[in-house]
Design a protein around this ligand. Structure first.
Ligand code: PLP
Length: 438
């Protein structure tokens, strides 16, 4: 069986000196379309590169392209309010401030996410409380949320990781029971569904990213959406120097707010509009490629391919595989090196659990203070190793992932990924032997 497979996969693995499966790299992400170009050119020749002014005029809400982008998000998600900003990090900060998060509060967040999900909490002067993820979709584990709740808990920051929704049904039930706000970080999951509803529309506020690496991009940008007019207004005030505006807007009079400059330029909005119109097609493309991998990698030992919950739509921002090195026959670092030698880029373990970053280990953000970790507490919040064991295990051993399921790649490209896995698996004993000391 092994011998036959070996000839079928075209000879020796590249890590053992054979010919790599890929001689060329993969076509880059992102791809810009005609509408992005024509809209940008129009903004450029108008000379009005930003439409924002921090006063109580119409310009408080930004220029025409920004407002058009917000309209598109509202229509697509069927929500009344969208607030475009210069990044999802800014939007998360504004969302948490709008949700009333401040010094003395705790916010529950998974540690398996981009660092900004947690740093946005610290930017509010609040303390992140890390809750472990579940084993199927790598999102907040609803079974572990309640033991993280204290009298200080103000909100849950849910992350829809890798393009699959967290279990919003159970999370919202817990949030209602404890009167917590829910902010959804949808940076990796625009267009994903949970029980047939778009992520970002289930909690109080949903936040999307338009950074260079995301499904749709304008280089740097973010959008927050909400059903609540008060939360939308507060986010607009945070976006645009709200402290000098609030008193002049009837609905905002008396609101406590410090504004940043989180405004989006007309140029960025122009690109984002063109990109946004292709979101469904880009997601459809991701899903087709991921389903191809699901079919062709199925049955290889040691690989547990991504699952999709009933009523959910996975949009495969990345394609994650649970890896069992004993069953597959190679330690994870060796598999990653063997894939890389074949020209197939795979990552090992996504990010380090956020709380293991030095800032959390030291418990210091500011040089001469322990704020916010000690604010209003007898003992400062601590983040020991072992806090979220499942996340640590995924990071250390259990997960491999690739961002190759994306436009403009094709099923032929995916077949190279499949061939590489089969070839490496068939040769695993030889690869292992070549690595071990004689
Ligand atoms: C990319 C990302 C962010 C931050 O987005 P920016 O627009 O770069 O600020 C936040 N959360 C998650 C999960 C992300 O993937």
């Amino acid at each position: 069986m092994n011998r036959r497979l070996k000839s079928a996969e075209g000879g020796k693995p590249a890590i053992l000196g054979g010919t790599p499966i890929r001689k060329m790299g993969f076509a880059p992400h992102p791809v810009m379309g005609a509408e992005e170009t024509s809209r940008v050119m129009k903004v450029l020749s108008s000379g009005q590169l930003s439409g924002f002014i921090a006063n109580a005029s119409a310009a408080f809400a930004g220029g025409g392209e920004v407002r058009e982008l917000e309209r598109l998000f509202c229509r697509y998600l069927d929500v009344p309010h969208a607030v475009a900003m210069n990044s999802a990090t800014s939007a998360l900060h504004a969302a948490l401030l709008a949700a009333g998060v401040g010094p003395g509060d705790e916010v529950i967040v998974p540690p398996y996410t981009m660092s900004a999900s947690a740093s946005a909490i610290i930017m509010c002067g609040a303390v992140p409380v890390f809750c472990d993820v579940e084993a199927d979709y790598y999102c907040l584990d609803p079974a572990q949320i309640e033991k993280c709740i204290t009298r200080r808990t103000r909100a849950i920051l849910v992350v829809h990781l890798f393009g699959h929704a967290a279990d919003m049904t159970r999370i919202l039930r817990i949030a209602r029971r404890h009167r917590l706000r829910v902010v959804e970080d949808c940076a990796q999951a625009p267009g994903a569904l949970w029980r047939k509803r778009y992520v970002g529309t289930l909690g109080d506020i949903g936040v999307f990213s338009l950074n260079q690496h995301k499904t749709i991009t304008t280089g740097e940008g973010g959008v927050a959406v909400t059903r609540h007019p008060k939360l939308a207004l507060k986010m607009q005030l945070v976006r645009n120097h709200g402290e000098v505006v609030a008193d002049h807007l009837p609905q905002a009079a008396g609101m406590d707010v410090l504004g940043w400059n989180y405004r989006m330029t007309e140029l960025h909005a122009a690109v984002a509009i063109g990109q946004f119109k292709r979101l469904d097609r880009l997601n459809g493309h991701r899903i087709r490629l991921a389903e191809y991998l699901n079919r062709r990698l199925n049955g290889l030992p040691g690989l547990r391919l991504p699952r999709t919950a009933a009523g959910a739509k996975h949009v495969y921002f990345v394609y994650p595989i649970r890896y069992d090195e004993r069953a597959f026959g190679l330690p994870r670092p060796l598999l990653i090196r063997a894939l890389s030698a074949e020209g197939i880029p795979f990552g090992a373990g996504y990010v380090r659990p956020i709380y293991l970053e030095p800032m959390y280990r030291r418990g210091r953000v500011f040089e001469r203070s322990r704020f916010p970790f000690d604010f209003g507490r007898k003992t400062p919040a601590r983040y020991p190793k072992g806090l979220c064991p499942r996340t640590e295990a995924l990071h250390a051993k259990g997960l491999i992932l690739t961002a190759l399921c994306r436009y403009p790649l094709t099923t032929r490209d995916m077949q190279d990924v499949v061939d590489a896995f089969h070839k490496i698996h068939a040769w695993a004993p030889e690869i292992l032997r070549a690595q071990s000391p004689k």
